[in-house]
Write a protein that binds this ligand. Structure first.
Ligand code: BGC
Length: 736
């Protein structure tokens, strides 16, 4: 090292924020020892400013997972270090040779202190603006705790309700998932993730995780690259195009190659074809788990596989820290591979502005829910409510018998699960939201209905039944506690949790109006609920404003307008079912289903189709009309459909556009969602809804895996859900 270089090091020339990021990385990397480079690939869980002080100052830690809270404490809250992350940062910035700041990551998935619906509920809104708002308030609250990076959005496509992680997903279709993911990325990152109230986002888990065999979490995945490209990779591409700064590798293998060792998908596709220049993070000890998967003899070999594949940051596995230096020195790993990983880690740190603002921007500032953030939680919670049955009992009449007591006209019994259990309704992956800050269904309905409401405790008892008999209407809360879905929370049976169906049967047997409200992180088998209840609302886990969202929908203060982002199968045995099923040599025909179906003991259609949801009015769809029957490649046609509100209440209709490619090089979905529009209609109002359709929307990966657009017929279909569609055909022509 020359004197000049030493002086430059001292000067920390890379701190000049007017220089382009790549130049700053060059300047910094020119000063880094191999050990310091390897340090930048290492993430620890729960960094401790005291215990880890020496390691941080030695430049051996790049990032921390979970630790949160800039000042105070060092307290441990359920094993997670809270407070004092600025103290850890000080060791890095002021105590280490190069002063490279630490990167603090945390799972901020559907809210931070203010909790919005679980991602599957966000997907039910079909509204990317809702997703963006949620990302925005979550980021604003999280930066107060010093968090700079969140591990969201999850964009794993799954047709598997047994898999607990569908709760974290944005539904089963690539376009819905992709657009909502882009909305969340915009919300978290803004135009520039270095803005003080933004976070880096992370598209996860790349790729194929939703196909875990049997819905068992972390299981193996058998899938061909054509299906990956036509389905599972697409939302990731959407997130990358939206500027997501990081991608997380998935725990699973893909046809025998674990994703943490998948050079082809991580290097050729993600970086090569898509031009992703962000950082790839391992999932929790995903590199170490290559040993368990039986593709590496030990941690050292695992490190070789992962760095070659393109995993840049080792989440809590320690493989890189323990072995990369020696692997480079022995020539088994090229320095260029480590340099590439370090460059990507540093690029993220520069992009986040951490070199300029390493410490929490507003230490100690309040980040508890405010009226403004609660408003976002309320609106997104309402948008997640999917009305799947209504025999006229909803909306409840808010005015009737308002001065009466239980037993009088208009009296309501609220019973079942989670009536006053706020924590249960927060949903999976909530590290910072607090159960006591949730407005429960009991609280919200008490406030609105006063003494018209009787609240029974959640247990099934004779008293509950007596109360149900006395009330005019029963609102029965059913479904899953939040801890029953999410990571490592798979089930073998998607029926209601034990005991609930008995309560439903007993209350239904009273013959009084019965509204069933279903909290869930997954599609459930709702067959009996749909048979027995007069109205059914699927509301997922709505978060901080759960009760207000429910009460406002039940009482008709707002119109329900959510739609199912996943197909609800007839039973567990019917899994997998999805809207994008591909045709086979023997088509299933609805009219003769029992003969030509796939089972001898059951029909094969879904219980509730993808995209399904009712409102408190009725809507009629006209036939779709196209501006031209020919669609040139590179051009577009306009499709128009008239929707009419034929009832006496306003509504927000989710007008859906699907397509089918009847003759293609590979089997293509029977219908695939390609676009939709949210349309507000007053009673009696008719509106023409137009969609621009590009030939590129019909593109797919062919037999040679390259993207192609076929000439010939494309069927366009519009309607209120995937099962009620009217079609029109166009011809795609390549005139060039
Ligand atoms: C999960 C990731 C998560 C990570 C960090 C892993 O077990 O698969 O989705 O971001 O833990 O909490």
């Amino acid at each position: 090292m020359t004197d000049t270089t030493a002086t430059r090091t001292l000067e920390r020339t890379w701190l000049d924020a007017t220089l382009p990021v790549e130049e700053r990385i060059d300047l910094l990397m020119a000063q880094m020892t191999l050990a310091e480079k390897v340090g930048q690939t290492h993430q620890v869980a729960n960094i401790d400013p005291d215990a880890d002080a020496d390691e941080i100052a030695a430049g051996r830690i790049s990032s921390s997972l979970y630790a949160s809270g800039p000042t105070g404490g060092n307290e441990r809250d359920e094993g997670v270090l809270v407070g004092n992350i600025d103290a850890a940062q000080r060791h890095a910035v002021e105590g280490s040779r190069l002063g490279i700041p630490l990167l603090f990551g945390r799972d901020v998935i559907h809210g931070h202190r203010t909790v919005c619906p679980i991602p599957l509920g966000i997907a039910a809104s079909f509204d990317p603006d809702v997703a963006e708002e949620i990302g925005e308030i979550a980021a604003r609250e999280a930066v107060v705790d010093g968090v700079a990076w969140t591990f969201a959005p999850m964009v794993d496509i799954s047709e598997e309700p047994r898999w607990g992680r569908v709760a974290e997903s944005l539904g089963e279709t690539p376009v819905l998932s992709g657009r909502l993911a882009a909305g969340l990325v915009r919300g978290f990152q803004g135009d520039d993730p270095s803005e003080p109230e933004r976070l880096a986002a992370c598209a996860k888990h790349f790729a194929g995780y939703g196909l875990s065999a049997g819905g068992r979490d972390y299981d193996t995945v058998s899938v061909g690259e054509n299906t990956l490209r036509n389905l599972h990779l697409r939302p990731f591409k959407w997130a990358v195009d939206a500027g997501v700064t990081t991608v997380m590798a998935a725990f699973n293998d893909v046809d025998g190659t674990p994703m943490h060792a998948h050079e082809h998908l991580l290097r050729d596709v993600l970086r090569g074809e898509w031009g992703f220049d962000g950082m790839v993070v391992a999932d929790w000890n995903g590199i170490g788990q290559l040993v368990n998967a039986g593709v590496a003899a030990d941690l050292r070999e695992a490190a070789v596989l992962a760095i070659r594949a393109g995993v840049d940051l080792d989440m809590c596995g320690g493989a890189y820290l323990a072995h990369l230096e020696e692997l480079v020195e022995s020539g088994e790993v090229e320095l260029a591979l480590v340099d590439d990983a370090v460059r990507r880690v540093l690029r993220l740190k520069f992009r986040l502005g951490l070199f300029e603002r390493p410490y929490a921007a507003q230490p100690g500032a309040p980040n508890a829910p405010t009226p403004e953030t609660r408003e976002v939680a309320l609106r997104s919670g309402q948008a997640a409510h999917v009305l799947v049955k209504n025999d006229g009992v909803l909306p409840l009449d808010a005015s009737a018998g308002s001065s009466g007591s239980a037993g009088s006209a208009g009296s309501v019994l609220l019973s079942g699960a989670f009536v006053d259990d706020g924590d249960a309704l927060l949903g999976t992956w909530v590290l910072d939201g607090r159960g006591e800050e949730v407005v429960t269904p009991g609280a919200a309905l008490r406030e609105r209905l006063g003494d018209r409401l009787t609240v029974a405790d959640g247990r099934f008892s004779d008293v509950t039944l007596m109360q149900a008999r006395a009330a005019e209407t029963s609102v029965l809360l059913l479904g899953e506690h939040r801890s029953r879905s999410g990571e490592a929370q798979s089930v073998v049976d998607i029926g209601l949790p034990p005991g609930q169906i008995e309560v439903l049967r007993a209350v239904a047997a009273l013959g009084k109006p019965l509204v069933a409200v279903v909290y869930t992180g997954r599609p459930l088998d709702l067959s009996e609920v749909l048979d027995l209840a007069d109205a059914v609302l699927v509301v997922w886990h709505p978060g901080s404003e759960a009760g207000n969202a429910l009460a406002s929908v039940l009482l008709g203060e707002v119109e329900p307008h959510g739609r199912l982002p996943m197909t609800f199968p007839l039973s567990t045995g019917h899994i997998p079912t999805s809207t994008h099923q591909r045709p086979t040599g023997r088509l299933i025909r609805a009219d003769v289903d029992h003969k030509e179906g796939r089972y001898i003991d059951a029909l094969t259609y879904p219980r509730l189709p993808f995209g399904f949801g009712l409102s408190y009015t009725s809507v009629e769809y006209g036939a779709p009309v196209v501006s031209s029957s020919t669609l040139p490649v590179g051009g577009s046609v306009t499709l128009t459909v008239t929707v009419t509100n034929t009832g006496d209440r306003p509504c927000r209709e989710v007008v859906q556009l699907y397509f089918r490619d009847p003759v293609a090089e590979v089997t293509r979905p029977l219908v695939e969602l390609t676009d939709w529009a949210l349309v507000d209609l007053e009673p009696g109002q008719a509106r023409e809804v137009t969609f621009d359709v590009d030939a590129e929307q019909t593109a797919y990966a062919g037999r040679d895996l390259t993207t192609r657009v076929d000439e010939g017929e494309i069927v366009l279909l519009t309607g209120p859900d995937a099962a009620r569609l009217q079609s029109v055909s166009i011809q795609v022509r390549n005139d060039s």
